[in-house]
Every structure is written in C-alpha cells, then in structure tokens.
Design a protein. Structure first.
Length: 489
C-alpha cells in the first residue's frame, strides 16, 4: 500500500462483469474513484460458456491493490461493501463448499427443452417468465448432462452470493438475482420450493433468502482459504457485506433513474436494456423479465447487441477513428441522409449504398439503427404494465453510447413520439464512475443500511440528472418523421 494513503474508504461496490471486474469506492469525505481489471477465467463446461471461480479473488485483489497504490486506505476504518455480478451465473458446490463445475454464465442459453418443461408444468405462474439463461432451467440441464452430480450437490448459489460467502462464511440467496432466475415466488420473494422440487431438483440445495441491501455478515479471516481469498479477507477484515444485486438491478440504481414508477431507464451498454419499476401486484403483459427492486419489481427487456454492435462497426469501418470523433461526425449528418442498418441474430445487413457513404454517414446510420431497436423495446415496455396507476412521464438514458449527442437526439425525438411532453434526461456527472452504473449501484446499495434504506435521498444527492441533447427544430421533426417511417409510432 502507498505509504501516504490519504483517502479512507467507507463504501465499496464490486462489479463482476463478463469482460471486466470494476470497483467503485467512496471515501469518508465523499471522494470517489473507479478502477478495473479484465475479468479472467472464461472457460466452458460441456460446450457452454462458464467462468473458473478460482480466478475471481485474484482479479478483485488486483483492482484493490491498484486503488491502494492510488492512496486508498481499506484497513483503518472498515465500512460496507456490496456486489453487482453477472446475473444468471450458477455456482454448484459440494459438501465441502468446493465448486463441482465452473460457474455457467448468462451466455449459456442451452436449456430450451427445460424451459418448455417448466412452462408446461405452469411454473411461470409462480416464478414469472423463465428463460434459457436462468439458473432453474440451467440446473435441470446440467443434471441431465451428468446424473452423478445430483448425489454430490450440497449447495447452489449465484456467483454474487458465492463471493459473499467467501468473504463472510455465510451462505445466503440474495433476492435481487434469485428472483430473476426462477428461484423465488414472484408474489412473496420466498424460495419457490414446490416449483424447484417438481422440476426434479432439491429446494434444500438453496440457502435462506436475504433481501437486497440487508447485511449478510462481516468479512472474516478463516483458515483453509486460498491465498487470494486470505489476502482479501485480511485487507477487508471487519467490513460489512451487504446483500448484492444482479447487474441489471445495480444499473437501475447506479444511473439514478429508477426512483419512482413513472420512469423508464434505457441503458446503452454492451447489451442494451430497457428497465422499468412497477409494483409487485401490477398486471403484466408477460413480455419482460421480472427482477427484484427492493420493495418493488424491475422489468427488463434486452437488446443483446448494443455497444457490441457499434464496436463491430468501428472495427470494420472506422478502426483508426476515436469514439469521440465518430460521435462528432454522426452529429454533423442531416436527418435526410440517414438510413437504417438491418440487424438480425447478431449480424448487420448494410444497405446497398453503404460502400459509397462517408464515415460520418456510416456512424450516424449505425447509431440511429441501434437507437431505433432500443426504441422499439421502449414501445413494448410502455405496454408491459397493463394496469399502470402512474403513467410513464420520464426517460433516462445511460451507458456508453449515451455519451453521443446524436444518439441522445434520436432518443429524445423517439420517446417524445411515444410519450409527448415527457422529460428526457442523462447523467449530469462527467467523472469515470458516473458511466460505471453497475459498480456505482453496488456502492449505493452498500450505503443503504447506514442511510436508513432511503434510496431516493441518496440518489438525489449522488446521481444528478440533466436534459439530454435535443435536435434543433427542423432536425427534430425530420428525425421524428424518419422514425415514423420505420413504424416506431
């Protein structure tokens, strides 16, 4: 550690994502910093994407060491930490808490037969919409690949809950991620024991459910830990571990948008997500995944390719141009010159005139097309809550592509078509952590027990919003006309 550490850490948010592991830290005096390291350990199990759990502690330790070198002190005054972790990661342990296989990730979409079985059994009436990446069907699929596993399994957790267990020695099932994996009763947020048992699994494999933002325990040093975990347990000894969030829940917290039932948050990250908060008793159309959001629910619809789509465009057609320059180029293109790029199953189909376009036009076309796909999902999300007592009146745009003024202009024109007169906002912050909304959501989640679980007050303090970029009068009308041409409204 630096010999001149001057920043005493009070809250830590650890975001374990697919490509990187990032940590946000907030000090006793309000200073904040973010650092990250490439996520290690990507592997496969029976041909399916997974992560080697043996690499998790070392990756987290690498980021904390970097923060220590920048003057952060984690030892003198233990605070509170929380986690945001890839949703749908599945950890399977034996009686000695040893992993029986790598953690099958959200990218594992193999369990289609199991989803069909669960739907036929009526499971969705209890646990909500079930999808192939969820732990419930994935675990069914896993046992069909290796029947001997059923006699070896002692515990099944999410990766986030497994990390909390390594820190505290306590095994809990955090409601945030469990609800989005078909493991809890939607109406009560308690373990869906009957559904689990009827699916050929054992409900006693799953530990006691704990609500988001409640304390799991404190970091303790224990014998038998691997060297990497022993290092982390020593560095963070005495820190409180607050029940973590799935990454989508964390993003909804960290962007500062989901403080009421009248807001939709559009996150233009690696994947694009449309998030909306609703009451647990709300009647739904059934097209959205349902996640826990403290006392309410968070609904999600996803565009699998968002920034990933834009990254592919840049690599193929603008490798030597910076993202900032591409944003400036896109903003210079008249709406009358913009064309749609078709996108299906992770592949782009460019218009015939593509090779004749300028770099500016290609960038504008791609950004417009990505936003158009997101706006189609916004339209579906507006119709998802069929008995909404409070209509949506506000939209918040976040994520990497939200930094483009042109992307904001298309967003503003589109949502004003769908909800005339609505407020359209982006983050007013400009620091690095403000765009790391999952990590920042974990920081805020760690703060909640000390702050009386008053999310709205914390968010208003830490996550200021401002109006997004708006096109000029003619450009605004032209963008709306173009969006209508593509049947947005």
């Amino acid at each position: 550690m630096s010999s001149a550490a001057t920043k005493v850490a009070k809250f830590i948010g650890i975001d374990v994502a697919t490509s990187k592991t990032g940590i946000g830290v907030r000090g006793v005096d309000g200073q904040e910093q973010y650092a990250d390291h490439a996520t290690e350990g990507a592997t496969t199990w029976n041909g399916q994407p997974a992560f080697d759990l043996g690499r998790v502690a070392g990756t987290i330790a690498n980021v904390l060491r970097r923060l220590e070198l920048d003057g952060w002190d984690f030892r003198s005054s233990p605070g509170a930490l929380s986690l945001s972790v890839r949703q749908h990661d599945m950890v399977v342990l034996d009686a000695q808490d040893r992993p029986l296989l790598p953690a099958l990730s959200w990218q594992c979409h193999i369990a289609s037969d199991e989803v069909a079985t669960l739907r036929k059994q009526g499971a969705e009436a209890v646990v909500g919409r079930v999808e192939e990446r969820f732990i419930l069907p994935k675990l069914m699929w896993t046992l069909r690949q290796d029947g001997d596993l059923k006699n070896k399994i002692a515990r099944v957790l999410t990766t986030g809950d497994w990390i909390a267990q390594q820190f505290t020695g306590k095994s809990r099932l955090s409601a945030s991620d469990a609800l989005s994996n078909g493991l809890l009763v939607q109406a009560t947020k308690q373990l869906a024991g009957e559904v689990i048992d009827n699916s050929g699994l054992k409900s006693n494999w799953f530990p006691q459910v704990i609500s988001s933002a409640h304390v799991v325990g404190t970091v303790t040093q224990r014998g038998g830990s691997t060297s990497d975990w022993a290092e982390l347990q020593s560095l963070l000894a005495g820190w409180s571990v607050v029940a973590g969030l799935g990454d989508n829940h964390a993003t909804g917290v960290g962007c500062g948008g989901l403080v009421d039932l009248q807001t939709i948050v559009v996150s233009a990250g690696t994947s694009g997500t449309i998030n909306r908060r609703c009451r647990p008793t709300a009647k739904l159309a059934g097209q959205a995944a349902c996640f826990e959001f403290y006392d309410d629910r968070m609904l999600l619809m996803m565009l699998a390719d968002c920034c990933k789509w834009y990254d592919r465009f840049k690599e193929q057609f603008a490798a030597n141009t910076s993202y900032t320059a591409l944003n400036d180029l896109a903003a210079s293109v008249p709406a009358t010159r913009i064309a749609r790029v078709a996108h299906r199953n992770g592949e782009e189909f460019y218009p015939d005139r593509w090779n004749d376009l300028t770099e500016s036009e290609r960038s504008a076309d791609t950004q417009f097309s990505i936003m158009l796909e997101l706006l189609f999902l916004v339209k579906k999300m507006l119709a998802e809550v069929t008995d909404a007592a409070e209509p949506v009146r506000r939209f918040v745009l976040t994520g990497g592509l939200s930094q483009s003024p042109f992307f904001q202009q298309v967003f503003h024109a589109g949502v004003r078509l769908l909800v005339p007169g609505c407020d359209v906002l982006v983050s007013a912050r400009r620091d690095k952590l403000s765009n790391q909304t999952a990590a920042y959501g974990a920081v805020i989640n760690a703060m909640l027990p000390e702050r009386g679980h008053n999310l709205k007050a914390i968010v208003e303090e830490l996550c200021p919003l401002k109006p997004c970029a708006q096109a000029s009068g003619d450009m605004f009308l032209q963008l709306q006309s173009l969006l209508q041409t593509h049947r947005l409204a």
